[in-house]
Design a protein around this ligand. Sequence first.
Ligand SMILES: NC(=O)c1ccc[n+]([C@@H]2O[C@H](COP(=O)([O-])OP(=O)(O)OC[C@H]3O[C@@H](n4cnc5c(N)ncnc54)[C@H](O)[C@@H]3O)[C@@H](O)[C@H]2O)c1
Length: 276
Amino acid sequence: MAYNLLKGKKGIIFGALNDQSIAWKVAEKAHEEGAEFILSNAPAALRMGDIQTLADKCDSIVVPADATNLDDLQAVFETAMERFGGKIDFILHSIGMSPNVRKGIPYDQLNYANFLKTLDISALSLHKMLQVARNLDVLNTWGSVVSLTYVASQRTLVGYGDMADAKALLESVTRSFGYIYGRDKKVRINTVSQSPTMTTAGSGIKGMGSLLDFSERMSPLGNATAEECANFCITLFSDLTRKITMQNIFHDGGFSSMGMSARAMDRYEQGVVFED
Ligand SMILES: NC(=O)c1ccc[n+]([C@@H]2O[C@H](COP(=O)([O-])OP(=O)(O)OC[C@H]3O[C@@H](n4cnc5c(N)ncnc54)[C@H](O)[C@@H]3O)[C@@H](O)[C@H]2O)c1
C-alpha cells in the first residue's frame, strides 16, 4: 500500500545493481510513494547489472559514476539539478565493496592497497558525496541522506573483515558531516544498520548462510528483508522524520540488543557434547 510519503520529492539513488539490491527495492518503493529520482552506479556495475530495467519501470534515467571520483559525483548532481529544474530532497548511498573480502584475504593478512580501496569505496564515498553536494548546494532544506551499514562496525562478526572498519568510518562520517550539514542547511544524515541480506554484496561474505541462520534465530522479529529495509528508508526520506539526524538506526529485528535466544540455544545444544 502506498501513502504518497514522497510526493513531490526528488532524489538520487546510488547502488542498485540487480533486483536483489537494497537500493533496487528503495527505488521501487520511492517510485510507489511518488518520488522522482535518478539512478547511479559504477560504470562496471552498469555493464554487469540490469539497472536500465529499473530505470524504465520508475521513469528514471541512469547516470554512471564511480562514487570515489569527485568529477563523476559532480556530474551526477548536476544532471539531477538539470533534470529536476532545481535542488533535490534525498540521497541514498547504498554502496559497499571490499577487494580483501571478495578475494577471501583474512583480516590478519590484509593487503593494504585493497584496504584503502575498501575504505574509499565503502566509506569515503559518502564523505565525497556530501562534500560535493554541499559545495554545489544540491540539497533542499530538510533534505535527507541515508546510507546502509552493518552491526559489524560495532561488534566483531567473523568473516566481515575490513568492511567492519569501513562501516565504523561510514558511521563516523555520518555524525561528523551530519553536524555540519544539519547546522548550516537543516539536512539530515543517518545510517540504517540492516540485517544480513542475500544480495550480491552480502553473498561475498564467507559463511553468509550460517550468519543468516544465526541472526534469524537471535532476532525476536527475525531478519529484516531488503524490502522491509526499503520501507524504512522511505520513512527517513519523508517529512515524518525531520528531527532524526546523525544516527545509526538498527533495522535488524532486534538482533543488536540480544545476547542469546532460545532458538539459537536450541541449535547450539544439538551439536554440543558437554564436558564434566
Ligand atoms: N547485504 C547485506 O547483508 C547488507 C547488510 C547490511 C548493510 N549492507 C549494505 O547495503 C549496501 C548495499 O549493498 P547490497 O547488499 O544491496 O548489495 P549490492 O551488491 O546489490 O550493492 C552494492 C552496490 O555498491 C556498488 N558499488 C561498488 N563499488 C562502487 C563504486 N566504486 N562506485 C559506485 N558504486 C559502487 C555496486 O555496484 C552495487 O550496486 C552496502 O553498503 C552494504 O554494505 C548490506
